[in-house]
Design a protein around this ligand. Structure first.
Ligand code: PMP
Length: 366
Protein backbone atom coordinates (compact mmCIF):
# COMPACT_ATOMS: atom_id res chain seq x y z
CA UNK A 1 0.00 0.00 0.00
CA UNK A 2 1.43 3.41 -0.93
CA UNK A 3 1.76 6.18 1.64
CA UNK A 4 -1.15 8.06 0.09
CA UNK A 5 -3.32 4.93 0.11
CA UNK A 6 -2.51 4.40 3.78
CA UNK A 7 -3.68 7.94 4.54
CA UNK A 8 -6.74 7.75 2.29
CA UNK A 9 -10.23 7.08 3.62
CA UNK A 10 -10.46 3.25 3.63
CA UNK A 11 -13.62 3.26 1.51
CA UNK A 12 -11.81 5.20 -1.24
CA UNK A 13 -8.79 2.86 -1.45
CA UNK A 14 -8.54 0.99 -4.76
CA UNK A 15 -11.23 3.08 -6.48
CA UNK A 16 -10.66 4.44 -9.97
CA UNK A 17 -11.66 8.00 -10.89
CA UNK A 18 -14.32 8.84 -13.50
CA UNK A 19 -12.40 8.66 -16.72
CA UNK A 20 -14.10 9.10 -20.09
CA UNK A 21 -11.01 9.30 -22.33
CA UNK A 22 -10.27 12.84 -23.57
CA UNK A 23 -8.32 12.11 -26.78
CA UNK A 24 -7.46 14.48 -29.58
CA UNK A 25 -9.23 12.73 -32.48
CA UNK A 26 -11.06 14.10 -35.52
CA UNK A 27 -14.46 12.62 -34.59
CA UNK A 28 -15.30 12.87 -30.91
CA UNK A 29 -18.56 11.05 -30.21
CA UNK A 30 -17.99 9.77 -26.70
CA UNK A 31 -19.33 12.24 -24.11
CA UNK A 32 -22.65 13.38 -25.58
CA UNK A 33 -21.53 16.95 -26.08
CA UNK A 34 -22.87 19.01 -28.95
CA UNK A 35 -20.62 19.00 -32.01
CA UNK A 36 -21.81 22.50 -32.94
CA UNK A 37 -19.79 25.53 -31.84
CA UNK A 38 -21.35 28.40 -29.87
CA UNK A 39 -22.93 30.81 -32.41
CA UNK A 40 -20.96 33.98 -33.14
CA UNK A 41 -23.68 36.36 -31.84
CA UNK A 42 -23.63 34.57 -28.50
CA UNK A 43 -19.83 34.72 -28.38
CA UNK A 44 -20.02 38.50 -28.95
CA UNK A 45 -22.73 39.00 -26.32
CA UNK A 46 -20.81 36.92 -23.77
CA UNK A 47 -17.61 38.86 -24.43
CA UNK A 48 -19.41 42.20 -23.96
CA UNK A 49 -21.02 41.05 -20.72
CA UNK A 50 -17.75 39.64 -19.38
CA UNK A 51 -15.89 42.85 -20.16
CA UNK A 52 -18.33 44.68 -17.91
CA UNK A 53 -17.73 42.10 -15.15
CA UNK A 54 -13.98 42.11 -15.08
CA UNK A 55 -13.35 45.23 -13.02
CA UNK A 56 -15.75 43.84 -10.40
CA UNK A 57 -13.82 40.61 -9.89
CA UNK A 58 -12.31 42.06 -6.70
CA UNK A 59 -15.71 41.22 -5.13
CA UNK A 60 -17.26 37.81 -4.54
CA UNK A 61 -20.05 36.80 -6.93
CA UNK A 62 -23.75 36.97 -6.01
CA UNK A 63 -23.93 33.98 -3.66
CA UNK A 64 -27.58 33.36 -4.53
CA UNK A 65 -27.05 33.75 -8.34
CA UNK A 66 -30.30 35.71 -8.51
CA UNK A 67 -30.23 36.75 -12.18
CA UNK A 68 -29.22 33.29 -13.31
CA UNK A 69 -32.08 31.70 -11.36
CA UNK A 70 -34.53 34.09 -12.97
CA UNK A 71 -33.13 33.29 -16.41
CA UNK A 72 -33.34 29.53 -15.75
CA UNK A 73 -36.93 29.69 -14.49
CA UNK A 74 -37.96 31.78 -17.52
CA UNK A 75 -36.21 29.27 -19.81
CA UNK A 76 -38.00 26.29 -18.23
CA UNK A 77 -41.33 28.04 -18.54
CA UNK A 78 -40.71 28.46 -22.29
CA UNK A 79 -39.07 25.07 -22.94
CA UNK A 80 -41.19 22.76 -20.80
CA UNK A 81 -44.33 24.87 -20.45
CA UNK A 82 -44.30 24.64 -16.65
CA UNK A 83 -44.36 27.51 -14.23
CA UNK A 84 -41.23 27.50 -12.06
CA UNK A 85 -40.28 30.28 -9.65
CA UNK A 86 -36.62 31.35 -9.17
CA UNK A 87 -36.85 30.02 -5.56
CA UNK A 88 -37.41 26.55 -7.00
CA UNK A 89 -34.20 26.65 -9.03
CA UNK A 90 -30.72 25.71 -7.87
CA UNK A 91 -27.56 25.69 -10.00
CA UNK A 92 -24.00 24.42 -9.88
CA UNK A 93 -20.89 23.87 -11.95
CA UNK A 94 -22.53 21.19 -14.08
CA UNK A 95 -25.42 19.00 -13.00
CA UNK A 96 -22.85 16.73 -11.36
CA UNK A 97 -22.42 19.42 -8.74
CA UNK A 98 -26.13 19.87 -8.08
CA UNK A 99 -26.45 16.08 -7.81
CA UNK A 100 -23.69 16.09 -5.23
CA UNK A 101 -25.45 18.86 -3.30
CA UNK A 102 -28.57 16.68 -3.14
CA UNK A 103 -26.58 13.70 -1.84
CA UNK A 104 -24.67 15.86 0.65
CA UNK A 105 -27.93 17.16 2.06
CA UNK A 106 -30.08 14.02 1.94
CA UNK A 107 -27.67 11.07 1.73
CA UNK A 108 -24.42 10.52 3.61
CA UNK A 109 -23.12 7.96 6.13
CA UNK A 110 -25.72 5.51 7.38
CA UNK A 111 -28.04 6.30 4.49
CA UNK A 112 -28.77 4.49 1.24
CA UNK A 113 -29.09 5.69 -2.34
CA UNK A 114 -30.81 3.53 -4.94
CA UNK A 115 -30.32 3.66 -8.71
CA UNK A 116 -31.18 1.30 -11.56
CA UNK A 117 -28.22 0.00 -13.54
CA UNK A 118 -27.24 0.62 -16.29
CA UNK A 119 -27.64 4.33 -15.74
CA UNK A 120 -25.43 7.40 -15.41
CA UNK A 121 -22.13 6.20 -13.95
CA UNK A 122 -21.66 9.27 -11.77
CA UNK A 123 -24.76 8.56 -9.65
CA UNK A 124 -23.04 5.77 -7.67
CA UNK A 125 -19.72 7.61 -7.63
CA UNK A 126 -21.30 10.73 -6.15
CA UNK A 127 -23.26 8.69 -3.61
CA UNK A 128 -20.36 6.51 -2.47
CA UNK A 129 -17.69 9.20 -2.33
CA UNK A 130 -20.05 11.10 -0.03
CA UNK A 131 -20.29 8.07 2.24
CA UNK A 132 -23.74 6.94 1.11
CA UNK A 133 -24.39 3.21 0.70
CA UNK A 134 -25.17 2.52 -2.95
CA UNK A 135 -27.74 -0.06 -4.01
CA UNK A 136 -27.48 -1.17 -7.62
CA UNK A 137 -31.13 -1.71 -8.53
CA UNK A 138 -31.97 -3.79 -11.57
CA UNK A 139 -33.66 -3.24 -14.89
CA UNK A 140 -34.96 -5.87 -17.33
CA UNK A 141 -31.87 -7.78 -18.54
CA UNK A 142 -32.30 -7.71 -22.33
CA UNK A 143 -34.29 -4.52 -22.93
CA UNK A 144 -32.92 -2.33 -20.08
CA UNK A 145 -36.52 -1.29 -19.36
CA UNK A 146 -37.60 -0.21 -15.92
CA UNK A 147 -41.21 -0.87 -15.05
CA UNK A 148 -43.21 0.76 -12.26
CA UNK A 149 -43.65 -2.64 -10.58
CA UNK A 150 -39.96 -3.60 -10.39
CA UNK A 151 -38.81 -0.08 -9.51
CA UNK A 152 -41.36 0.20 -6.70
CA UNK A 153 -40.55 -3.26 -5.31
CA UNK A 154 -36.84 -2.39 -5.10
CA UNK A 155 -37.57 1.00 -3.55
CA UNK A 156 -39.80 -0.66 -0.92
CA UNK A 157 -37.16 -3.26 -0.13
CA UNK A 158 -34.29 -0.81 0.46
CA UNK A 159 -36.11 2.20 1.99
CA UNK A 160 -33.56 4.61 0.45
CA UNK A 161 -32.93 8.25 1.38
CA UNK A 162 -32.17 9.16 -2.22
CA UNK A 163 -33.40 7.50 -5.42
CA UNK A 164 -31.84 8.25 -8.81
CA UNK A 165 -33.99 7.93 -11.89
CA UNK A 166 -32.72 9.07 -15.27
CA UNK A 167 -34.99 10.06 -18.12
CA UNK A 168 -33.98 9.82 -20.93
CA UNK A 169 -31.64 7.27 -19.42
CA UNK A 170 -27.90 7.37 -20.06
CA UNK A 171 -26.53 5.07 -21.51
CA UNK A 172 -29.64 3.34 -22.87
CA UNK A 173 -31.25 6.47 -24.33
CA UNK A 174 -34.90 5.81 -23.63
CA UNK A 175 -37.22 8.00 -21.57
CA UNK A 176 -38.75 6.48 -18.47
CA UNK A 177 -42.44 5.55 -18.46
CA UNK A 178 -44.03 8.35 -16.47
CA UNK A 179 -45.77 6.06 -14.02
CA UNK A 180 -42.38 4.80 -12.73
CA UNK A 181 -41.71 8.17 -11.08
CA UNK A 182 -45.03 8.18 -9.22
CA UNK A 183 -44.61 4.53 -8.22
CA UNK A 184 -41.12 5.19 -6.79
CA UNK A 185 -42.30 8.27 -4.89
CA UNK A 186 -45.06 6.17 -3.32
CA UNK A 187 -42.81 3.19 -2.57
CA UNK A 188 -39.99 5.24 -1.01
CA UNK A 189 -41.71 7.57 1.47
CA UNK A 190 -38.39 8.58 3.12
CA UNK A 191 -36.57 9.43 -0.08
CA UNK A 192 -35.75 12.44 -2.14
CA UNK A 193 -36.40 11.18 -5.66
CA UNK A 194 -34.11 12.64 -8.32
CA UNK A 195 -35.11 12.51 -11.97
CA UNK A 196 -31.98 13.31 -13.98
CA UNK A 197 -33.26 14.95 -17.16
CA UNK A 198 -29.89 15.92 -18.65
CA UNK A 199 -31.17 14.97 -22.12
CA UNK A 200 -34.81 16.13 -21.80
CA UNK A 201 -34.73 18.55 -24.73
CA UNK A 202 -33.97 15.67 -27.14
CA UNK A 203 -36.94 13.52 -26.12
CA UNK A 204 -39.33 12.35 -28.80
CA UNK A 205 -42.62 14.29 -29.00
CA UNK A 206 -45.14 13.40 -26.32
CA UNK A 207 -42.57 12.60 -23.63
CA UNK A 208 -43.68 14.52 -20.52
CA UNK A 209 -41.10 16.08 -18.20
CA UNK A 210 -41.07 15.21 -14.50
CA UNK A 211 -41.22 18.99 -13.98
CA UNK A 212 -44.99 18.69 -14.39
CA UNK A 213 -45.12 16.54 -11.21
CA UNK A 214 -43.38 19.09 -8.99
CA UNK A 215 -46.46 20.98 -7.75
CA UNK A 216 -47.83 17.78 -6.17
CA UNK A 217 -44.57 16.10 -5.10
CA UNK A 218 -42.42 18.03 -2.60
CA UNK A 219 -39.81 15.21 -2.41
CA UNK A 220 -39.13 15.29 -6.16
CA UNK A 221 -36.00 16.87 -7.67
CA UNK A 222 -35.56 17.31 -11.43
CA UNK A 223 -32.01 17.96 -12.61
CA UNK A 224 -31.05 19.43 -15.97
CA UNK A 225 -27.94 20.78 -17.65
CA UNK A 226 -26.76 23.27 -20.23
CA UNK A 227 -24.08 20.75 -21.32
CA UNK A 228 -26.11 18.76 -23.86
CA UNK A 229 -28.96 20.26 -25.93
CA UNK A 230 -27.85 23.75 -24.95
CA UNK A 231 -24.42 23.02 -26.48
CA UNK A 232 -22.58 24.59 -23.56
CA UNK A 233 -20.64 21.79 -21.84
CA UNK A 234 -17.55 23.94 -21.33
CA UNK A 235 -19.65 26.60 -19.57
CA UNK A 236 -20.23 24.10 -16.72
CA UNK A 237 -23.76 24.96 -15.72
CA UNK A 238 -26.22 22.43 -14.41
CA UNK A 239 -29.36 23.06 -12.40
CA UNK A 240 -32.24 21.47 -10.59
CA UNK A 241 -35.83 22.29 -9.83
CA UNK A 242 -37.59 21.30 -6.60
CA UNK A 243 -39.78 22.75 -3.89
CA UNK A 244 -38.49 26.06 -2.44
CA UNK A 245 -37.93 24.35 0.96
CA UNK A 246 -35.83 21.58 -0.55
CA UNK A 247 -33.80 24.08 -2.57
CA UNK A 248 -33.27 26.16 0.55
CA UNK A 249 -31.79 23.12 2.34
CA UNK A 250 -29.08 22.85 -0.34
CA UNK A 251 -27.65 26.14 0.91
CA UNK A 252 -26.48 24.19 3.97
CA UNK A 253 -24.01 22.13 1.95
CA UNK A 254 -22.83 24.24 -0.97
CA UNK A 255 -19.54 26.05 -0.61
CA UNK A 256 -20.05 29.80 -0.45
CA UNK A 257 -19.83 31.57 -3.83
CA UNK A 258 -19.68 28.27 -5.69
CA UNK A 259 -20.72 29.87 -8.99
CA UNK A 260 -18.09 32.35 -10.16
CA UNK A 261 -19.09 35.72 -11.58
CA UNK A 262 -18.00 34.70 -15.12
CA UNK A 263 -19.96 31.44 -14.87
CA UNK A 264 -23.11 33.27 -13.82
CA UNK A 265 -22.68 35.85 -16.54
CA UNK A 266 -21.96 33.55 -19.46
CA UNK A 267 -24.79 31.20 -18.52
CA UNK A 268 -27.27 34.07 -18.14
CA UNK A 269 -26.27 35.54 -21.50
CA UNK A 270 -26.47 32.12 -23.17
CA UNK A 271 -29.99 31.68 -21.73
CA UNK A 272 -30.99 35.02 -23.24
CA UNK A 273 -30.16 33.38 -26.59
CA UNK A 274 -31.87 30.09 -25.74
CA UNK A 275 -33.62 29.67 -29.08
CA UNK A 276 -30.38 30.06 -30.99
CA UNK A 277 -28.45 27.85 -28.57
CA UNK A 278 -31.05 25.12 -29.04
CA UNK A 279 -31.36 25.55 -32.79
CA UNK A 280 -29.30 22.43 -33.59
CA UNK A 281 -31.43 20.07 -31.48
CA UNK A 282 -33.64 19.01 -34.39
CA UNK A 283 -30.58 18.37 -36.58
CA UNK A 284 -29.03 16.22 -33.83
CA UNK A 285 -32.27 14.23 -33.50
CA UNK A 286 -32.21 13.51 -37.24
CA UNK A 287 -28.67 12.07 -36.91
CA UNK A 288 -29.71 10.08 -33.82
CA UNK A 289 -32.60 8.47 -35.71
CA UNK A 290 -30.28 7.84 -38.66
CA UNK A 291 -27.85 6.05 -36.31
CA UNK A 292 -30.63 3.82 -34.98
CA UNK A 293 -31.83 3.00 -38.48
CA UNK A 294 -28.44 2.41 -40.11
CA UNK A 295 -26.90 0.47 -37.22
CA UNK A 296 -29.95 -1.80 -37.30
CA UNK A 297 -29.47 -2.30 -41.03
CA UNK A 298 -25.86 -3.38 -40.37
CA UNK A 299 -27.13 -6.14 -38.09
CA UNK A 300 -26.33 -4.39 -34.78
CA UNK A 301 -29.07 -3.95 -32.18
CA UNK A 302 -29.52 -0.23 -31.46
CA UNK A 303 -31.83 0.88 -28.66
CA UNK A 304 -34.47 3.51 -29.54
CA UNK A 305 -33.32 6.85 -28.17
CA UNK A 306 -34.86 10.02 -26.70
CA UNK A 307 -31.41 11.53 -26.22
CA UNK A 308 -28.47 12.68 -28.38
CA UNK A 309 -26.77 9.28 -28.37
CA UNK A 310 -27.47 5.68 -29.28
CA UNK A 311 -26.54 2.52 -27.42
CA UNK A 312 -26.04 -0.39 -29.77
CA UNK A 313 -25.45 -4.06 -29.08
CA UNK A 314 -24.74 -7.12 -31.17
CA UNK A 315 -20.97 -6.60 -31.25
CA UNK A 316 -18.72 -9.64 -31.11
CA UNK A 317 -16.28 -7.83 -28.81
CA UNK A 318 -16.99 -4.17 -27.93
CA UNK A 319 -13.39 -3.50 -26.90
CA UNK A 320 -11.94 -4.45 -30.28
CA UNK A 321 -14.66 -2.46 -32.11
CA UNK A 322 -13.91 0.56 -29.89
CA UNK A 323 -10.20 0.23 -30.76
CA UNK A 324 -10.85 -0.26 -34.49
CA UNK A 325 -13.02 2.89 -34.55
CA UNK A 326 -10.31 4.83 -32.70
CA UNK A 327 -7.75 3.73 -35.29
CA UNK A 328 -10.07 5.36 -37.86
CA UNK A 329 -10.11 8.60 -35.84
CA UNK A 330 -13.51 8.03 -34.21
CA UNK A 331 -13.93 8.02 -30.46
CA UNK A 332 -17.09 6.40 -29.04
CA UNK A 333 -17.85 5.20 -25.52
CA UNK A 334 -17.40 1.82 -23.96
CA UNK A 335 -19.98 2.03 -21.18
CA UNK A 336 -19.06 -1.31 -19.65
CA UNK A 337 -21.95 -3.32 -21.10
CA UNK A 338 -20.72 -6.43 -22.90
CA UNK A 339 -21.24 -6.45 -26.68
CA UNK A 340 -22.41 -2.80 -26.61
CA UNK A 341 -21.01 0.65 -27.36
CA UNK A 342 -22.57 4.11 -27.15
CA UNK A 343 -22.19 6.73 -29.86
CA UNK A 344 -23.14 10.42 -29.68
CA UNK A 345 -25.15 11.93 -32.54
CA UNK A 346 -22.89 14.60 -34.03
CA UNK A 347 -22.98 16.54 -37.28
CA UNK A 348 -24.17 14.78 -40.47
CA UNK A 349 -20.51 14.51 -41.60
CA UNK A 350 -19.41 12.94 -38.29
CA UNK A 351 -22.31 10.50 -38.39
CA UNK A 352 -21.39 9.55 -41.95
CA UNK A 353 -17.77 8.89 -40.94
CA UNK A 354 -18.89 6.72 -38.04
CA UNK A 355 -21.40 4.78 -40.14
CA UNK A 356 -18.91 4.28 -42.96
CA UNK A 357 -16.38 2.92 -40.48
CA UNK A 358 -19.01 0.62 -38.97
CA UNK A 359 -19.96 -0.61 -42.46
CA UNK A 360 -16.32 -1.55 -43.09
CA UNK A 361 -16.03 -3.22 -39.72
CA UNK A 362 -19.42 -4.95 -39.64
CA UNK A 363 -18.51 -8.25 -41.32
CA UNK A 364 -15.99 -9.09 -38.61
CA UNK A 365 -17.37 -7.12 -35.66
CA UNK A 366 -21.17 -7.41 -35.71
N1 PMP B 1 -26.58 13.42 -15.93
C1 PMP B 1 -26.43 12.63 -17.00
C2 PMP B 1 -27.45 11.58 -17.26
C3 PMP B 1 -25.33 12.78 -17.84
O1 PMP B 1 -25.19 11.96 -18.90
C4 PMP B 1 -24.39 13.79 -17.57
C5 PMP B 1 -23.17 14.01 -18.43
N2 PMP B 1 -22.70 13.00 -19.14
C6 PMP B 1 -24.59 14.58 -16.44
C7 PMP B 1 -25.70 14.38 -15.65
C8 PMP B 1 -23.61 15.62 -16.01
O2 PMP B 1 -23.43 16.62 -16.90
P1 PMP B 1 -22.90 18.05 -16.48
O3 PMP B 1 -22.17 17.92 -15.18
O4 PMP B 1 -22.05 18.44 -17.61
O5 PMP B 1 -24.14 18.88 -16.33
Amino acid sequence: MSEVERLLRPDLRGRTAYGAPQLDVPVCLNTNESSYPVPEVVVRAVLDALAADLTGLNRYPDREFTDLRKALSAYLERQAGVSVTPEQVWAGNGSNEVLSHVVQAFGGPGRTALGFTPSYSMHPIIAETLGTTWVDGLREAETFELTAGTAAAQAREHDPSVVFLCSPNNPTGTALPFEVIGAVLDAAPNAVVVVDEAYAEFARPGTPSALTLLPTHPRLVVTRTMSKAFAFAGGRLGYLVASPALVDALRLVRLPYHLSTPTQTIATVALEHAELMLSTVEAVKVQRDRLVHDLGALGATPVQSDANFVLFGGLVDEKSTWQALLERGILVRDVGIRHHLRVTAGTPAETTRFLEAMTQLAPAHV
